[in-house]
Design a protein around this ligand. Structure first.
Ligand SMILES: [Mn+2]
Length: 290
């Protein structure tokens, strides 16, 4: 099992100095840095080379996370939007390949955050999404990239809300490089049993996000870590476990994630670093089963 952290814990925008965070993640005891995919298609060759080398020097594996903009929705009934999404992912997967990133996770089968002021067509969007993800999967496969479809709570998504739905969807897509992704924060809202949700995904679980019920770092809340450990052990999950804490207000991150109060008293970068360092020790202790 490899343990990681999402860079946006420290940032207020969906982009950042990933070299800085790769170095920091390594120093704090992580194996993986997860980065936002949005800026990557515009990376120059020298930016790609610098990030790839920085990750390598620090012994850090990079993974990508993504919440597609509405105009990049692969499930859209508007063909122009669908085609725009395909163009975006083509460029993105090329850059990911050059960076040595072989996994992207998130609500990539749709868009995020959802605009609920408009009517929802779950059945139609599910069907279009299955077809769109199949197209994306073939492009991704040529770059040895795995797509991990994140199951999201009802306030942030409507296509995949439970592990049962995520697993059924992935089976319908039926591509070797498309997997289910679960997140303890979303599962806490939607699942009757978190352990059973993990067991439902089983071998199809391709990526795993952690965080407390209010998105504090693991170890500072009431998430059933022992139950999660037992379920991950039962399915012999040995892939990535990436913590995704969000504790700061402000910026696009604060408003998209809906953080309306400072969640760490007297927040400083030093305090964030200390909490992350403690959290990865806690997460390794609670979840490693091998
Ligand atoms: Mn997540």
């Amino acid at each position: 099992m490899q343990h990681g952290i999402y860079y946006a814990y420290w940032e207020k925008q969906w982009e950042g100095d990933y070299l800085y965070y790769a170095d920091k993640a390594a120093r704090l005891g992580f194996d993986i840095l997860e980065i936002a995919a949005s800026p990557l298609p515009d990376y120059t060759d020298s930016q790609i080379k610098a990030l790839r080398e920085c990750a390598k020097t620090n012994g850090i594996r990079l993974t990508a996370g993504h919440g597609p903009a509405p105009d990049c929705n692969i499930a859209s009934a508007d063909k122009a939007v669908h085609d725009h999404a395909i163009e975006f992912y083509k460029k993105l997967f090329e850059v990911m390949d050059k960076l040595g990133i072989d996994l992207i996770g998130g609500g990539i089968y749709s868009y995020w955050p959802v605009d609920y002021s408009k009517p929802i067509d779950k059945e139609g969007d599910w069907k279009r999404s299955v077809e769109g993800v199949r197209e994306m999967a073939d492009i991704a496969a040529s770059h040895n990239i795995t797509l991990c479809l994140e199951v999201l709570n009802r306030f942030e998504g409507y296509i995949l809300n439970t592990s049962e739905e995520g697993t059924r969807f992935v089976k319908e897509v039926d591509k070797a490089n498309v997997k289910v992704m679960l997140d303890t924060f979303h599962m806490n809202i939607e699942e009757t049993s978190i352990g059973d949700a993990i067991r439902t995904a089983g071998d199809l679980l391709g990526h795993f996000h952690t965080g407390e019920c209010n998105r504090l770092v693991p170890g500072k809340g009431r998430t059933p870590w022992r139950e999660i450990h037992d379920a991950l052990r039962d399915i012999r999950y040995d892939k990535a476990v990436v913590m995704e804490p969000f504790v700061q207000t402000g910026g696009k991150v604060g408003s998209d994630i809906k953080v309306w109060r400072e969640m760490v008293p007297q927040l400083t970068e030093e305090k964030l670093d200390k909490d992350a360092r403690d959290a990865v020790i806690f997460q390794r202790y609670m979840l490693d089963w091998e």
